[in-house]
Design a binder for this molecule. Structure first.
Ligand SMILES: NC(=O)c1ccc[n+]([C@@H]2O[C@H](COP(=O)([O-])OP(=O)(O)OC[C@H]3O[C@@H](n4cnc5c(N)ncnc54)[C@H](OP(=O)(O)O)[C@@H]3O)[C@@H](O)[C@H]2O)c1
Length: 503
């Protein structure tokens, strides 16, 4: 199959999925109803799905086709006619993944669907199950001869949800299991952050403009701050979160992906290989801490009771499914260094946390001061460093902060900003991340999916931190819910003479 390049000019209007079947494992779960089905409904409404398209749900819950269809309709707020019509063709297979019968039944259903719907043997498997069964499902598909396409130009792909492993060792193990059944070119490891418009816009901003790239380096950039803040706590996912923590849940994937796009060199071409080669090169340049250095560069935090968005919230240790003496981090901050010509000596400060004052994600680049400020101290009291802020969510856009004269007789200079807002600048609707990525997987474009070497490199960066955290004497700094994190995180920047931005 030829690959379409979704980032290329002109590809937008004719981007449609080819005839295919989407097989969703874990079809009774939260991700399926909250993300995948709404994304498919948007694609259906936008006429991006062909007539020859079908969903086959697979899960252990007993359901007939009609029950599954009813569920996929009931979970949608206002189902459109296009969605109702699509859902009426959905099929469902109930069964345990450890049982070959499940896959034999799936094979029969797929054969029926291909024959009845003209989907041409094209299949995209989506693993929306808990990660412990990823390898098992892949192996069972291979055992039934369902992991490779026929020799007739059809395709078989597999989309894998995060988390991709728990550390470097388990990620490699999972890779070995996946590669035993599928070629790397068939594997689409999803990180929904890469489906966000503003994350992709980092590429446009950097590589389609002459004015940013010349200053995108150590000569002009003083430091970079990446913030991924959530106001929510762990909700009902306490027991899941206990085994994850902010490092695995956010930093290893979303933060390092955004970091890679910020750090990378310009690729020769904006295609899957060009972009992923440069991203992995960038991640390889990130300085890997030794376990002994972690205490000095990383702050691990956990929220106590507090107030968020006007409501009183419990401490993490009081949440359902969380141990009363849990040491799992709901917050972490770290200082990273990048060892290459572009970034040597520029600190990258990263922080992420739950129960912070608001949901907010940004990459902020602060620039060096001018070499000489020809104004009096008093006249520049309101002047901060120049900053370029990529706002990833919510209110997606870009802010450029600079100094301007305050109107009046005196020559006072104060910081002000130019704002670009996605919502206001374009009439086009921004597709949801899952909508974008599902279509990419069906079209066969892996650009915004993570390649095996990227996953490995991300775990190499994270592994020493995990090892340090595993030591019971590693401090857990507590912070009140509704604040911007523990004081220890402020000290991480204080000692460098810098401060966290206040979003
Ligand atoms: N939910 C999200 O927002 C989100 C976001 C990012 C990534 N993810 C990832 O997406 C995947 C699915 O997440 P989810 O929230 O939808 O999970 P979930 O609701 O807990 O599980 C999905 C389905 O998997 C089945 N299942 C549960 N335990 C199983 C087991 N031990 N063996 C086999 N099947 C089992 C259940 O269906 P049956 O009992 O009917 O088989 C369940 O409905 C996970 O890998 C998760 O990390 C989720």
């Amino acid at each position: 199959m030829t690959e379409q390049n979704p980032l290329a000019e002109g590809a937008e209007s004719d981007r449609r999925a080819p005839p295919c079947v989407l097989v969703v494992f874990g079809a009774s779960g939260d991700l399926t109803t909250r993300k995948l089905m709404p994304a498919l409904a948007e694609l259906a409404d936008g006429r991006r799905l062909p007539a020859a398209f079908c969903v086959v749900g697979v899960a252990r819950t007993e359901m007939a086709d009609e029950d599954f269809q009813a569920r996929m309709l009931a979970d949608m707020d206002k189902p459109s006619a296009a969605w109702e019509s699509l859902v009426s063709g959905f099929r469902y297979v109930a069964g345990d993944y450890s049982h070959p019968d499940t896959f034999a039944a799936l094979k029969r259903v797929l054969a029926e669907v291909h024959a009845a719907r003209g989907t041409g043997g094209n299949v995209v498997y989506y693993l929306a199950t808990p990660p412990q069964v990823f390898g098992e499902v892949a192996a069972a598909l291979a055992a039934e001869g369902m992991s490779k396409p026929e020799d007739d130009g059809s395709f078989v792909r597999i989309v894998i949800e995060k988390p991709y492993g728990r550390d470097l060792g388990s990620a490699r193990e999972l890779d070995a299991q996946m590669h035993a059944s599928f070629d790397e070119s068939q594997i689409y490891r999803i990180d929904h952050y890469l489906g966000k418009e503003t994350v992709q816009n980092v590429l446009a901003l950097r590589f389609a403009n002459a004015i940013f790239e010349p200053i995108w380096n150590r000569r002009y950039v003083d430091h970079v701050q990446i913030t991924v803040a959530e106001s929510l706590g762990v909700g009902h996912r306490g027991s899941f979160y206990e085994g994850a923590g902010a490092l695995r849940d956010i930093v290893q994937n979303h933060v390092l992906q955004v970091l890679a796009l910020t750090l990378m060199e310009p690729p020769a071409t904006i295609d899957a290989q060009g972009i992923r080669d440069e991203k992995v090169k960038a991640l390889r340049a990130v300085d890997i801490l030794s376990v002994d250095e972690v205490g000095n560069e990383v702050v691990r935090g956990q929220y106590d009771r507090g107030w968020v968005e006007g409501g009183e919230v419990p401490a993490y240790r009081e949440e359902e499914g969380v141990a009363a003496d849990s040491r799992t981090e709901t917050y972490m901050a770290m200082r990273m260094q990048v060892d290459n010509w572009r970034w040597a000596g520029v600190p990258f400060y990263v922080r992420t946390g739950k129960r912070l004052p608001k949901r907010y994600t940004e990459v902020a680049m602060e620039f060096h001061d001018v070499p000489h400020l020809p104004f009096g101290r008093k006249d520049t009291r309101g002047l901060g460093p120049n900053a370029l802020v990529l706002r990833i969510q919510p209110d997606e856009g870009i802010t450029l902060r600079f100094g301007a004269k305050v109107p009046g007789q005196a020559f006072r200079v104060r910081s002000t900003s130019m704002d670009f807002s996605y919502g206001a600048a374009f009439m086009e609707e921004t597709p949801e991340a899952y909508e974008r990525l599902l279509l990419d997987a069906m079209v066969g474009d892996p650009t915004l999916f993570i390649r095996t070497d990227e996953v490995e490199q991300a775990w190499r960066i994270v592994d020493p931190i995990l090892e340090a955290f595993a030591d019971p004497s590693f401090p857990v700094a507590h912070y009140q819910a509704g604040t911007w994190g523990p004081r220890e995180a402020d000290r991480l920047l204080d000692r460098d003479g810098r401060r966290w931005r206040s979003p």
